[in-house]
Design a protein around this ligand. Structure first.
Ligand code: FNR
Length: 352
């Protein structure tokens, strides 16, 4: 199967992928505030992360490119949505265009449609420094994502089987790239061990890409003769992963992603310690089945919901929201307790 056929398979199966695992958001409850002392118009959603200024904490996470006209059209439409709503947007892995020049247009369209937007390049951890620089140049990117996708590759029939040297390559790219580097997962989460290793080689921003949303084990298992079904349940739920990652170092910026579907999920992700929230699988079917306008309306609805929740909590800024008191219960509490992450400060803190 060609790379471009595989790209289309991913989109087709992602559209069918039921988001039926927990992202752990149900275990999080905000503490109601009867005297928030602010109004809706006091709330601002702009925020800074790893040197990037974002007008919204929500961004469109990496999905596609490299699969000919169909992926060109998706990237073009996502770029229009990003421009009209002020969202940052990441493109899918650009390795396809580095291997085959004829695929460059499927990514370049994103910068063409949105000349002054914040756009993020994307490659896997097999990439060299030269690859990283070429991917950044291709779309004049403001940042670069390097994705870690061990479980996806192992489940993919034609996937990689050797993951050695990835941390060293990431270290070199962080040193040599002229834009911020974000290391991300694709739906299996990042735990303390992974984040500590990344932090030790100079990575300043991680996107946890936790489980509970798009499930690449299920997607790749559909493409196998004999499924590796144990990987379908693999991974660290997004809420847990945000908490583990943000406990590693104050210097590290954490992005939450994996299964976000509502303003309430987004507020919880930010309050748990994320500086921004990436969404992929939730946006894709809205765009493909209902089009640009409906996706834009949905993003405005998410901004509205987030503003309402922030008002209720007395949070004028995303930084305030990250201090809102909340209770962590259920399996998430037990997991964190065993992993040595203290949940009590979340319940006892306050915005002012
Ligand atoms: C992805 N994702 C992804 N990630 C990445 O770093 N490079 C890529 O090329 C792709 N390709 C891709 C294709 C499709 C169709 C989907 C739905 C997703 C993963 C994505 O960025 C994100 O990490 C996961 O999908 C988890 O987030 P959601 O989908 O649960 O919001």
């Amino acid at each position: 199967m060609s790379r471009s056929e595989r790209k289309w398979d991913h989109i087709r199966f992602a559209l069918e992928n039921r988001q039926n695992h927990s992202s752990a958001f149900d275990d999080i409850k905000f503490i109601h505030q009867g005297l928030p002392n602010i109004g809706v118009f006091d709330v601002g959603l702009d925020h800074e992360i790893g040197g990037l200024y974002l007008s919204s904490p929500i961004f469109i996470n990496a999905m596609t490119g490299g699969g000919g006209d169909k992926t060109y059209r998706i990237n073009k439409e996502l770029a229009i949505v990003a421009k009209n709503t002020g969202l940052t947007m990441a493109v899918g892995s650009q390795m396809a265009a580095l291997k085959d020049n004829s695929q460059r247009y499927t990514y370049e369209v994103v910068r063409k449609e949105n000349p002054s937007g914040v756009i993020i390049a994307n490659l896997g951890s097999e990439a060299s420094v030269e690859d990283a620089k070429a991917a950044i140049d291709m779309i004049e990117a403001d940042a670069l994502q390097i994705h870690l996708n061990v479980i996806q590759e192992l489940t993919m029939p034609e996937g990689d089987r050797d993951f050695s040297g990835a941390l060293k390559r990431i270290e070199t790219i962080v040193k040599e790239a002229n834009v911020p580097v974000i290391v991300k997962e694709v739906g299996f989460g990042m735990g303390l061990e992974t984040v500590k290793k990344l932090s030790s080689v100079g990575v300043k921003v991680v996107d946890v890409g936790g489980s509970g949303g798009t499930n690449f084990a299920e997607i790749e298992n559909k493409r196998r003769d004999k499924a590796l079904s144990f990987f379908n349940q693999w991974g660290i739920p997004t809420g847990v992963s945000i908490l583990e990652a943000s406990s590693v170092s104050e210097q590290l910026s954490v992005i939450g992603s994996g299964g976000f579907k509502s303003g309430h999920d987004i507020a919880k992700g930010l309050a748990l310690g994320a500086n921004a929230v990436g969404m992929a699988g939730y946006f894709l079917p809205i765009l493909i089945k209902e089009g640009v306008e409906v996706l834009q309306q949905e993003i405005e609805a998410l901004h509205y919901e987030l503003t309402m929740i922030m008002t209720a909590l007395g949070a004028k800024t995303i930084s305030d929201l990250r201090k809102a008191p909340l209770i962590i219960s259920g399996e998430t509490y037990h997991w964190l307790h065993q992993r040595g992450v203290d949940t009590k400060p979340f319940a006892q803190r306050s915005i002012k």
